[in-house]
Write a protein that binds this ligand. Structure first.
Ligand SMILES: [Zn+2]
Length: 480
């Protein structure tokens, strides 16, 4: 009932009439274009890419010089290969050339920032017009997971309420009530608090749970281990952090509902989302051009892992053309059995930071650790840290502690992956703090330049930041 009222009256009235946004128009169009053929969609992408490069050449000093330097005439871009002549854009380049990257045209702009692993935030701008398109993509992508605008949703999300001023908290709770969202903070998911959060959730009876992956997983394991009763939603949408297959299994078992993975970032909002087939993430391709490239910048062969590179087709305020976002994914954009023309991103495998290196030349993928540690039931939260090539530290928060036998067993298991050379330190701690955005950094490599070809291993958030996605769900987008 509220959903119908919200979608047909409240949202169009607030978003279009009061705020003058184009979100509804873009959403309506996106609902139709998702069924267009892939070739038709690609053709449109090419037209939009050409327009974007021409716009950047004309109005951004950075791009004007760059394109001149590489003798690229936007008018001659007639294929994706032509477009690939535009050099890649790295995070540090944006930080150094922010003013030159911004276009000179007057337009409504929104300032954004995203935190990096080094704690150095990236500040950038998007046009208000491109924000409307992003929100439309989120409406559509979340809609596949039964989480369209106006549905009753429970958010397990990142921003600690105490960081906001009282009036802002009040404004946000008003937004959440309007949007039909109950928001629980990740920071309140300690074992002591989880009983209370579960009661709130059971009382709210959400149609959908939208959550940070690790928080939802910890919550599910808690519910299961305590043998508690839990409300059964229609679906669970996870994002912001990588989803492992074993986490999906636990979430679906505990909540008895299908899990829909999403992939997004502060820079682009929703990049991809699963449809009901769960066969990969449909790209928001009307808005974004996504490439998977090897370390030399060439397209990665299908089935292999590469660097995620994204172009926003419509951010005319500060063009992000071929931006290397620091994430890794498997190449090969397949079609989905659902019939949508939007190609599938097979799998987001993680970020560059998730790889640890050892002096004997081993590269240990971050996936190694959660897969191994998940079998130790008493380890509630953990973090792997490498500050020194010769040492790997594993910090663990346990319920009831680990026995000597467990520790011995764990050390042997870890040793198989990390090899004989490095020192392994196992530390049992009381708490592992979340990042400011409420995420858990599972693997932290502080050896910044050793494995990224000179590129700083800073990252966009794996999915939308603490405020992007929930805000995007409602008409009252709250900008920070
Ligand atoms: Zn599909």
């Amino acid at each position: 009932m509220y959903e119908t009222l919200y979608r047909n009256i409240l949202l169009p009235m607030f978003d279009g009439t009061i705020k003058g946004r184009q979100t509804m128009k873009h959403w309506q169009r996106a609902e139709a274009t998702q069924w267009h053929s892939r070739s038709e969609l690609e053709l449109q992408q090419l037209v939009d890419l050409r327009r974007l490069v021409a716009h950047a050449a004309a109005h951004s000093l950075y791009y004007k010089n760059l394109l001149l330097e590489h003798a690229i005439d936007p008018a001659t871009i007639s294929s994706f290969d032509d477009f690939r002549r535009v050099p890649l854009l790295h995070r540090e380049t944006i930080a150094r050339n922010r003013l030159q990257l911004s276009t000179s045209l007057p337009m409504k702009r929104i300032s954004k920032s995203t935190g990096g692993s080094s704690g150095e935030p990236l500040h950038f701008e998007i046009s208000a017009e491109s924000n409307d398109r992003r929100v439309a993509m989120t409406y559509r992508g979340y809609g596949w997971a039964h989480a369209g605008p106006g549905t009753r949703q429970l958010y397990i999300w990142g921003t600690p309420p105490s960081r906001l001023a009282a009036w802002k908290r009040w404004k946000m709770s008003l937004h959440h009530a309007f949007d039909h969202h109950l928001v629980l903070s990740c920071f309140e998911f300690t074992p002591e608090m989880m009983h209370r959060q579960l009661r709130r959730m059971n009382a709210w009876r959400p149609q959908v749970i939208v959550a940070y992956t690790n928080a939802a997983y910890e919550f599910a394991r808690f519910i299961e281990s305590e043998g508690l009763q839990v409300w059964q939603p229609k679906s669970i949408v996870v994002g912001a952090e990588k989803l492992h297959d074993f986490q999906r299994i636990v979430l679906e078992r505990v909540f008895k509902a299908p899990v829909f993975e999403t992939y997004g970032s502060r820079e682009f909002m929703l990049i991809g989302a699963e449809c009901e087939q769960h066969s990969g993430l449909h790209l928001s391709m009307e808005n974004l051009f996504v490439e998977i490239l090897d370390d030399e910048g060439q397209p990665t062969p299908a089935g292999e892992e590469g660097n995620v590179v994204i172009t926003d087709l419509f951010n005319d305020a500060m063009p992000f053309i071929r931006y290397v976002n620091g994430d890794r994914a498997i190449a090969g954009f397949e079609n989905c059995p659902c019939g949508r023309g939007l190609p599938l991103l097979r799998k987001v495998t993680g970020r560059q930071l998730d790889v640890l290196t050892t002096p004997d030349g081993r590269k240990i993928p971050g996936e190694f650790f959660p897969h191994l540690i998940k079998d130790y039931r008493s380890i509630r939260r953990f973090q792997v840290i490498q500050n020194d090539p010769h040492e790997i530290i594993v910090r663990m928060v346990t319920s009831g502690g680990l026995t000597l036998a467990d520790l011995h067993h764990l050390e042997n298991d870890l040793r198989e992956g990390i090899g004989p050379i490095v020192t392994l330190k196992l530390e049992q701690v009381d708490d592992i703090p979340l990042t400011r955005a409420g995420k858990l950094k599972v693997v932290v490599n502080n050896l910044q330049t050793s494995q990224t070809s000179g590129r700083l291993p800073e990252h966009s958030d794996l999915a939308a930041g603490s405020d992007d996605q929930p805000a995007a769900q409602g008409a009252l987008v709250c900008q920070h």
